[in-house]
Design a protein around this ligand. Structure first.
Ligand code: 2IT
Length: 446
């Protein structure tokens, strides 16, 4: 099947999965040239095979709350592709989770993991359970119930989950405890673990740090530097916080950040003890950012996002998927800001992304490259677990930095090779695709 036929076919078969179709369309349209260059790929119907997940596991998760009430959530694991390594990708606990969202995330993860150069296939899982507002004991009971089914589908050489939205150190701990109890086996089956039981230094910061390292490479390419740069971001979860911290360390600053209730403008930047306050704020339910404005006497704009503000140099959407739609993209383009660096998985709708890529004054970078440092350090955690050693923070950070430089380099080179200029979006798709496609081709039809 031709690339465009694959998209039409998937649209017909999965009409109720808009996020999945969106992610597929974004990638498939940009790898068409590479695909057409390889008639053997078409003979092997390789694109369609790469778009369809290897396996979808779904199950009911029943658990008991503190009042003795029974709740039933849905649990999922999408094992998308293991051509280049065991399935690898996070688990998301959020009320919005459904099969379409997890299929898009697992699909994206496959290309992202390929870009890291580490041997990791793509997968994603989760549940429509939200830990927000639940007690520790309720979260623990939920995680134990979730793992009681999931354990039979995962393993250190089979499928290695990690965190994502709603799954942090606490959840990973409970999930790991239950896996170990059932399997009676102490092994590196999850990443993002605590430091006392096999976690890696720098993993919590890795996605945000990696995004800033990637930004540095983009700036270098444009004969620019990070010093003094003002960043506007959305989201101040794990990833946003990492960006704030690394930016401050390198002489840049986050001057705008948005949360669910509106956005903050702090011209001095989020630095020093304000970073600790962010941690405090994000643990609250509901997760509002207004208290930051009250505490530090800065501006808060209710109900708005910070897209379109002019007194910044870089925009970095770091909240969740489809945060930036056409209306925001138009404001972003009109603001004159040059750098649009996606961080959250698929934060831009396809029409908005294509619109921004078409702006001559802008450089646009895709999330699957920019946020790959998170799973990259998960890969390093797997290596440390396999050799039963722990590396120093400096060692992990140096490897992360090297990885991000390389991802930028191979993406830029791939785009150049296909005559696309400095197109980091297409470049990341092409570079990520090539490795997985070659591995699938060489391994035959499976
Ligand atoms: O979207 C992502 O790359 C993650 N949530 C991290 C996955 C991982 O396995 O560390």
């Amino acid at each position: 099947m031709k690339a465009t036929e694959v998209i039409d076919d998937l649209r017909r078969r999965f009409p109720n999965e808009p996020e999945y179709l969106q992610a597929v369309e974004e990638v498939v349209t940009s790898i068409e040239d590479v695909y057409n260059e390889h008639p053997e790929f078409e003979r092997y119907n390789l694109i369609e095979r790469l778009c369809l997940p290897d396996r979808i596991i779904s199950f009911r998760v029943s658990w008991v709350d503190d009042k003795g009430q029974v709740h039933n959530n849905m649990g999922y694991r999408i094992q998308h592709n293991n051509a280049i390594g065991p399935y690898k990708g996070g688990i998301r606990f959020h009320a919005s989770v459904n099969q379409s969202i997890l299929k898009f995330l697992a699909f994206e993860q496959t290309f992202k993991n390929s870009l890291t150069t580490l041997p990791m296939g793509g997968g994603k899982g989760g549940s429509d359970f939200s830990p927000k507002g639940k007690s520790d004991m309720e979260v623990m009971r939920f995680c134990q119930a979730f793992m009681t089914e999931l354990y039979r589908h995962i393993g250190p050489d089979e499928d290695v989950p990690a965190g994502d939205i709603g799954v942090g150190g606490r959840e990973i701990g409970y999930l790991y405890g239950q896996y170990k109890r059932i399997r009676n086996c102490y092994e590196g089956v999850l990443t993002g673990k605590g430091m006392s039981y096999g976690g890696s230094l720098i993993r919590p910061e890795a996605t945000g740090y990696g995004a800033v390292y990637y930004l540095q490479e983009v700036l270098k390419h444009e004969n620019d530097t990070i010093e003094g740069k003002r960043l506007a971001i959305s989201g101040y979860g794990n990833v946003g916080w990492g960006i704030m911290k690394k930016a401050a360390e390198l002489g840049a600053k986050v001057t705008y950040f948005a949360g669910p209730d509106g956005y903050i403008h702090d011209p001095d930047g989020v630095t020093g003890e304000k970073l600790d306050y962010i941690l405090e704020m994000r643990a609250k339910d509901p997760m509002h950012c207004k208290p930051y404005a009250d505490k530090y006497g800065v501006e808060f704009v209710a109900g708005e996002k910070c897209w379109g503000v002019k007194d910044v140099d870089v925009y970095m959407p770091a909240a969740t998927q489809n945060d930036v739609r056409m209306e925001s993209a138009e404001k972003i383009a009109a603001s004159g800001v040059k750098y649009y660096i996606e961080v959250a998985n698929m934060p831009t709708t396809n029409d908005a992304l294509n619109f921004l890529r078409g702006q001559k004054h802008m450089v646009v970078a895709p999330s699957k490259a920019v946020n790959a440092g998170g799973v990259g350090v998960s890969g390093l955690e797997m290596s440390q677990n396999s050799e039963r050693l722990s590396w120093t923070a400096e060692e992990v950070d140096a490897q992360l930095h090297k990885m991000m430089k390389n991802i930028h380099k191979v993406s830029a080179e791939a785009a150049e090779e296909y005559g696309l200029g400095y197109d980091l979006v297409a470049g990341a798709n092409i570079a990520g695709f090539k490795k997985v496609a070659e591995a699938m081709y060489e391994q035959g039809v499976f």
